[in-house]
Write a protein that binds this ligand. Structure first.
Ligand SMILES: [Zn+2]
Length: 317
């Protein structure tokens, strides 16, 4: 310490300018960094910095590499409906704790935390409105709510969506994002798969379309039920889509799996999805599908054929 002082004294005689000693006001630690976390984000795929407002404009898709950031359920519905306007439905349908389930914490506590973190009542949001002028009942799942897991409330909400569409002769669009069945509700979660599949069979009987959009990630019981039952199954690029994880499959079949075998592109190649659509084109693509599927001429024909079929069934009985 003393050596330093000596050095500064000798230098003082040689310098041209004198630095006046000034007591700097100390800046508190939390203010020393310029806050940029709300302005820029880094692309998870290509590491490029992205201006947050640009990212919002491009619907949370990286403009450098096309990486699709995960988005929330409400954003998803706003992107779908005309002018972003829709009426939210069934917000009162929420999970209870039928099994008094406790893992690392009691299930009611987990639900409460999920509601706080996601700002959503459940892992799916239902809404209705117009899409390209067509009446649509749409649902969007959200990974922030206990991993987008499907419990009895999610199952009930999806079923109500389908039943409403049948009553109004409208189309159903669902954006899947899920880790699978909700373990905390045990077999009640698994029963939702059958319940929704049955409702979708009725929708099919009524000749009304269900467009299923698979987003990153769509796995487990959701893939094993309604997500793969769409009349049109569309996936976002590079989305993880599967039933069980790769490790479980490798251990079961005792074989190494091909690279990226659970990604949208692989599934398209193998005929499991109908199309991969960039999020920025998604709304236009869905409108095109609806224009075709909800075409009044086709609808009239199919109504007649449904009537014919039911008369036939009646006569057979
Ligand atoms: Zn990128």
């Amino acid at each position: 310490m003393r050596a330093t002082v000596g050095a500064s004294v000798s230098r003082e005689t040689m310098t041209w300018f004198k630095k006046r000693k000034q007591n700097l006001e100390s800046v508190p630690v939390e203010e020393r960094v310029v806050k940029t976390e709300n302005v820029f984000v880094k692309c998870e795929e290509c590491d490029e910095p992205l201006y947050k407002r640009d990212l919002e404009e491009s619907l949370q898709v990286c403009r450098h590499c096309g990486y699709h950031f995960r988005i929330g359920a409400r954003e998803r519905l706003a992107m779908l409906f005309d002018e972003g306007i829709y009426e939210e439905l069934d917000a009162e349908v929420i999970s209870i704790d039928p099994l008094s389930f406790v893992d690392s914490k009691p299930y009611p506590e987990r639900l409460e935390q999920a509601r706080r973190v996601s700002g959503l009542p459940e892992a799916i949001i239902n809404g209705t409105g117009n899409v390209g002028g067509h009446k649509v009942y749409a649902g969007a799942m959200d990974m922030l709510f206990i991993g987008g897991s499907m419990g009895s409330a999610v199952g009930e909400k999806v079923t109500r969506l389908i039943e409403r569409a049948m009553k109004e002769r409208a189309a159903v669009v669902i954006f899947a994002a899920s880790g699978g069945a909700r373990m905390q509700e045990g077999t009640l979660s698994l029963m939702q798969m059958a319940k929704i599949a049955a409702a979708l069979a009725q929708l099919d009987e009524a000749r009304l379309p269900f467009i299923s959009v698979l987003t990153d990630p769509t796995t487990g019981g959701v893939t094993a039920s309604f997500a793969m039952l769409g009349d049109a199954i569309i996936a976002e690029p590079k989305a993880l889509i599967g039933f069980a994880g790769p490790r479980v499959i490798e251990q079961t079949i005792r074989q190494k799996l091909p690279k990226d075998f659970q990604r949208s592109e692989f599934l398209l190649e193998h005929g499991m999805v109908d199309a991969i659509v960039d999020r920025r084109e998604m709304r236009a693509y869905i409108i095109k599908l609806l224009d075709f599927m909800m075409n009044p001429d086709i609808q009239r024909d199919s109504e007649q054929s449904t009537q014919r079929r039911s008369t036939y069934q009646y006569e057979r009985q």
